[in-house]
Write a protein that binds this ligand. Structure first.
Ligand code: ATP
Length: 482
C-alpha cells in the first residue's frame, strides 16, 4: 500500500517537475520572441504601413498566444510522446519483432490521416488571425472614440461594426477549434480501429503456437502505449502545422536597423532643396521647389490645404523621394538615418508615451542626465517642470493631464534634448490658441542655435515677422513673400 502511494507521489512530483521545466522554457521563448517582434516592428516602421498599430497588437497578443499553445507546448508534448513511444517500442520489439512490425504496419494509415486536415486547419487559422486583427482595430477605435460617442449620447454607436467584429472573431475561433477537434477525433478513431485488427492476428499466432501467451500479453499491453504515443505524436504534429503562417510571419520579420542616437549628430551648416518635383502616382503635387536654410535660420512655408506641405517635410526626412530634384544636407546627399540623427520633428498631434515626463523627453532612457533634461525643459518654455521632482511626474494616456501647449513644448524639449539642430514643424501649433501658439513660437524662434523649417498656413502676421524668410508653396513652386 505504502509502495503504491509512494509510486503515485513520485509520478506527481515528476509531472509537476515536467510542467515547471516546460513553463520555464516557454517563458524564455516568449520573452525573446516578443522582444524581437516588437523591436523589429518599431525599428522598421514607416508611415505607409496600414493597420500598423491594431494589426501588430493583435498579432502580438493573439497570434503569439496561439503559437505558444499550438506550437511550443505541442513541441514539448511531442518530445514527451516520442520518448514514451521509443521506450515502449523497444520493449515490444524485444518481446516479438514480427508481431510488433505488424502492429506498426497497421498504424501507417492513421499516421497519414492528418494530411487530410492540414490545409483546412491552416485556412481556419488564417481566418482567425485576420478576424482578430479586424476586432483589434474595432476595439482600439471604439475605446479611443468612447468619450466622443458618449458626448453625442450614442453609446450604442458603431454597434453593428462592434457586433460583427466580435461575432466573426468568436465564430472563426470556434470554427478553428472544431476543425482541430474533428481532425484529432478522426485520427483517434483510426488509431483505435487499426489497433484492434492486429489483436486478431496475435490471438491466431498464440493459438497456433507461433508466440507464447506471455509474449502476446506483453505486446498487446505495449501496443496500447505505442498506439497512444503515436496518436499523441500525430495530434501534436497536426496542431503544430496549423501555426505555419504565424511562423512564416515571424521568419519574415525584418532585422533591427541601427537606431539613431545623439552621438551621430553633425554640425549643421545648410540644408537645401534643389528643383524638387513630386507626384503621388500620376498626380502631380508640386514642381520646381527650391529653397535653402543655413544654420540658425528660421523659415516658414505657407500654402493652402492639400498643396503638399507635409509631403515636403516627409521628403526632407527622406521618407519620400522626390520625382526629380535633390535635397542636400551640408552640400551632400543624405540618407533617412542621417535625417533621423539630425532633424527633430514636431507634428500636429503630439506623440506622448504613458510614462514619466523624463522618459517622454529622453524616449525611455531613464539613466539620462537630469540636468540635460532640465535645460531642454527650460529652453522649450516648461520652466515650471524644470526640476528633479517634476521629471518623475507621470503623463497619462494621450497626455490627458497636460495641456495641448505643454504637450507641444514637451515635443520641442525632446528635440532639444537630442541635440537636433534642425527642427521641422508641421502645423505644430495649429490646434492651440493664438496666445499659446505665439508664446511657443517665441521660444523656438528666439533660440539662436536652432534652425527651423515650419510648414503652416495659419500663422498670424505678427508671428510671421519672427522668421527670416516666409515662402508660399503652390503647385508651380515656392514664392518668397518677405
Ligand atoms: N499617401 C498618399 N497617396 C496619395 N496622395 C496623397 C497621399 N498623401 C497625401 N496625398 C495627397 O497629396 C496632396 C498633398 O498632401 P499634403 O498632406 O502634403 O498637403 P498639406 O499641404 O500638408 O495639407 P494640409 O495643410 O491640409 O495638412 C493632397 O492632395 C493629398 O490628398
Amino acid at each position: 500500500m505504502a509502495l503504491i502511494i509512494l509510486g503515485y507521489a513520485v509520478f506527481a512530483v515528476l509531472g509537476y517537475t515536467k510542467s515547471v521545466v516546460v513553463n520555464k522554457n516557454i517563458y524564455l521563448i516568449n520573452r525573446k520572441l516578443k522582444e524581437n517582434f516588437l523591436t523589429s516592428k518599431m525599428a522598421n516602421v514607416t508611415e505607409e504601413q496600414e493597420d500598423f498599430e491594431s494589426g501588430n497588437l493583435s498579432f502580438f497578443l493573439n497570434d503569439l498566444k496561439l503559437l505558444e499553445d499550438n506550437y511550443w507546448r505541442q513541441i514539448f508534448a511531442l518530445l514527451g510522446s516520442i520518448v514514451m513511444t521509443i521506450g515502449t517500442l523497444t520493449y515490444a520489439l524485444y518481446s516479438n519483432v514480427y508481431i510488433t512490425i505488424i502492429f506498426l504496419l497497421f498504424m501507417i494509415i492513421p499516421t497519414l490521416a492528418p494530411k487530410l486536415f492540414t490545409k483546412s486547419i491552416q485556412a481556419k487559422t488564417d481566418t482567425w488571425s485576420q478576424n482578430n486583427q479586424i476586432l483589434s482595430a474595432t476595439v482600439k477605435d471604439l475605446l479611443h472614440g468612447a468619450l466622443l460617442l458618449r458626448r453625442y449620447n450614442v453609446t450604442g454607436g458603431f454597434s453593428k461594426r462592434m457586433n460583427r467584429s466580435i461575432s466573426e472573431m468568436e465564430s472563426s475561433n470556434a470554427s478553428l477549434k472544431n476543425q482541430i477537434a474533428l481532425s484529432n477525433n478522426f485520427i483517434g478513431m483510426l488509431f483505435s480501429t487499426f489497433s484492434y485488427l492486429p489483436i486478431g492476428l496475435g490471438i491466431y499466432f498464440t493459438i497456433t503456437g507461433k508466440i507464447t501467451l506471455a509474449q502476446f500479453v506483453a505486446i498487446q499491453y505495449s501496443s496500447s502505449w505505442i498506439l497512444n504515443g503515436f496518436n499523441q505524436i500525430i495530434t501534436s504534429w497536426n496542431t503544430i502545422s496549423s501555426t505555419k503562417s504565424i511562423r512564416t510571419k515571424i521568419h519574415q520579420l525584418k532585422p533591427i536597423k541601427a537606431i539613431a542616437s545623439t552621438e551621430n549628430t553633425v554640425v549643421m551648416n545648410k540644408l537645401s532643396a534643389n528643383d524638387i518635383s513630386f507626384n503621388y502616382d500620376q498626380k502631380q503635387v508640386f514642381h520646381d521647389v527650391s529653397f535653402s536654410v543655413t544654420q540658425g535660420e528660421k523659415i516658414l512655408i505657407g500654402g493652402k490645404s492639400g498643396i503638399g506641405k507635409s509631403t515636403l517635410i516627409r521628403m526632407i526626412l527622406q521618407e519620400l523621394q522626390p520625382t526629380s530634384g535633390k535635397f542636400l544636407f551640408n552640400n551632400h546627399s543624405y540618407s533617412q538615418v542621417d535625417s533621423y540623427n539630425n532633424f527633430g520633428i514636431v507634428g500636429q498631434t503630439p506623440i506622448i508615451f504613458e510614462d514619466s515626463l523624463k522618459d517622454n523627453i529622453t524616449l525611455g532612457d531613464s539613466t539620462a542626465n537630469d540636468q540635460k533634461v532640465i535645460i531642454a525643459l527650460k529652453q522649450s518654455g516648461l520652466e515650471e517642470f524644470a526640476n528633479e521632482t517634476s521629471l518623475q511626474m507621470r503623463i497619462n494616456e494621450n497626455g490627458h493631464n497636460f495641456s495641448g501647449g505643454q504637450l507641444k513644448r514637451i515635443e520641442i524639449a525632446r528635440a532639444l534634448y537630442f541635440n537636433r539642430q534642425l527642427l521641422l514643424i508641421d502645423e505644430g501649433t495649429a490646434s492651440l490658441d493664438p496666445e499659446t501658439a505665439t508664446s511657443i513660437h517665441e521660444s523656438i524662434l528666439n533660440n539662436k542655435s536652432l534652425t527651423v523649417i515650419e510648414v503652416d498656413h495659419h500663422i498670424p502676421d505678427d508671428v510671421k515677422k519672427l522668421y527670416d524668410k516666409v515662402y508660399e508653396l503652390s503647385s508651380t513652386g515656392l514664392a518668397l513673400q518677405n
